[in-house]
Structures are given as C-alpha cells and as structure tokens.
Design a protein around this ligand. Structure first.
Ligand SMILES: NC(=O)c1ccc[n+]([C@@H]2O[C@H](COP(=O)([O-])OP(=O)(O)OC[C@H]3O[C@@H](n4cnc5c(N)ncnc54)[C@H](OP(=O)(O)O)[C@@H]3O)[C@@H](O)[C@H]2O)c1
Length: 230
C-alpha cells in the first residue's frame, strides 16, 4: 500500500471521477474502484487523458480498498451497506473510510430534494457500524458539486464540512487543500454528518430554483483567518 494513495470506490461515477481528476492533478496516486475491473480501467484512462502525468489505476472495489490508507465511498446511498459488507474483509486497522453518501429519497423512488431517515442517524454512522474495529470513518465532500470537480480549469468554490474522530478528521481535512477552491471546515464528531448530509438535498433544490446546473456550494462566513481547516 502506498501511503499517499487515495482509493475511490465507485470512482467511475460523476462525483468519484471528479475527485479522482482533482487528486491526480494534485499529484497524488489514485486508485479507482468499480464492481467491474474494465469500468475502473476505463475511468482511470479518462483521468490520464485529462491529467497525462497522473498516477491513476483502475481496480475492483475489493482490490482498491486494500491499496490506500484513505478509501472514499462514492456510490449511491442505497448501495452503501452492501458495498461495505463486500469490501470490509479487505480493510485493515488504521485505514480511513470516507463516507460521501447522502440518503436522498431517490433511494425509495422519491425525489432528490428530500432525504430518508436512517436508523443509525446518517449514512456515515451507518458505515461506522459496518467497518471492522480499528478502521476510522470520516464524513466529507457531500456538499461539493461533481460538475465543478470535473471542470479542472476552474476552482471549486465550496467549503467541506469534515466530521469524525480528530486524527482521521484532520487527515481528510488535509485532502481538501489539494483541490483549488475547496476549504476544509472542522465539523467535529461524526454525528454531525446528520446535518451535513441534509444540506445536499437543500442544495439540489437550490440548483433547480436558481437554475444552476453546475451545482451550488456552501461557504461558512467569518471563520478566523489561519484557522480555516488543514
Ligand atoms: N453527483 C454529485 O454532484 C454529488 C455531490 C455530492 C455528493 N454526492 C454523493 O456521492 C456519491 C456518488 O455520487 P455519483 O453522482 O457519482 O453517483 P453515480 O454516478 O450514480 O454512481 C457512482 C458509482 O456507484 C456504482 N454503483 C452503482 N450501482 C451500484 C451497486 N448496486 N452497488 C455498488 N456500486 C454501485 C457505479 O460504479 P460501478 O458500476 O463502476 O461499480 C457508479 O459509477 C453518492 O453517495 C452521492 O450522494 C454526489
């Protein structure tokens, strides 16, 4: 495992591909995971086309999960539990799993401007119940637009509210600095993912009402200078 690598499971989709492009552009090794090896390899080739010196490989989700200290789950909410169960044997103590999932009501055939309730409190807390002991879960990136991530020429104007235990939280906050325009905000314990995940449904409604297909972001006003994330 390379200590600076970042694995993105479901990195073949819009949001995961966007993060893969940004992290590759920042010079970090990226492992894109998919249920199908060919799809992962295709996505990795797409990233290399846009970032020719990018260090990117495609793997199955199971392989990808074992190849990086930070593993980002970039799959629709309704497939989180089944995916984590499939890869959990590959996770080892000390790894960090990042939950980016939003429990949109599309999971039950309803709209994306609403969410469904989760017994554990949030998608991130659901993940926490499923990973092996010693694997940390951090919540991040739910409020960032895939479209803006994929447009490498422009900055991504958004704050990233990062929550989880302090040490892994700080490591994920540091990832935000790799993407121009993103700013990490220390959102404290993992339970605050309950609030952060809901903001995405609100943003989707705002995108529609304000006709911003590129996707809106959020900014926290008034953070003290020099204390605005890792
Ligand atoms: N799109 C956005 O702007 C955005 C913004 C903020 C947060 N998010 C969150 O980021 C996550 C990914 O969003 P997305 O828009 O990238 O989703 P997506 O494109 O719909 O799906 C991402 C990937 O999930 C995998 N997948 C699909 N069905 C699956 C299944 N049954 N089991 C396991 N994996 C499956 C697919 O990968 P393979 O077929 O290659 O396995 C797919 O490429 C979601 O939780 C979403 O709420 C998205």
């Amino acid at each position: 495992m390379r200590q600076d690598a970042i694995a993105i499971l479901g990195g073949t989709g819009d949001q995961g591909l966007g993060l893969a492009l940004r992290f590759a552009k920042a010079g970090r090794p990226v492992v894109i995971g998919s249920r199908k090896l060919e799809r992962a390899e295709e996505a990795a080739a797409k990233v290399r086309q846009e970032v020719p010196d990018g260090d990117v490989e495609g793997r199955t989700n199971e392989d990808a999960a074992a190849r990086a200290p930070i593993v980002i789950l970039s799959i629709p909410f309704e497939h989180f539990a089944s995916t984590v169960k499939r890869i959990r044997d590959k996770l080892a103590e000390g790894q960090i799993v990042v939950s980016m999932g939003v429990p949109l009501a599309t999971a039950i055939g309803d709209g994306a401007v609403r969410t469904v309730g989760i017994w554990q409190g949030s998608c991130a807390e659901l993940v926490k119940t499923l990973v092996p002991d010693g694997v940390q879960v951090v919540s991040a990136f739910q409020n960032v637009s895939a479209h803006r991530l994929q447009h490498l020429a422009e900055e991504v104007e958004c704050d990233v509210l990062v929550s989880g235990a302090r040490a892994p939280r700080e490591r994920v906050m540091a990832l935000c600095a790799l993407v121009p325009g993103l700013r990490a905000v220390d959102a404290g314990p993992l339970a605050n993912a309950r609030i952060v995940e809901q903001i995405t449904a609100l943003l989707i409604g705002l995108n529609v009402r304000y006709e911003v297909p590129e996707g809106l972001g959020i900014r926290i006003a008034g953070l003290p200078a020099g204390n605005s994330g890792a």
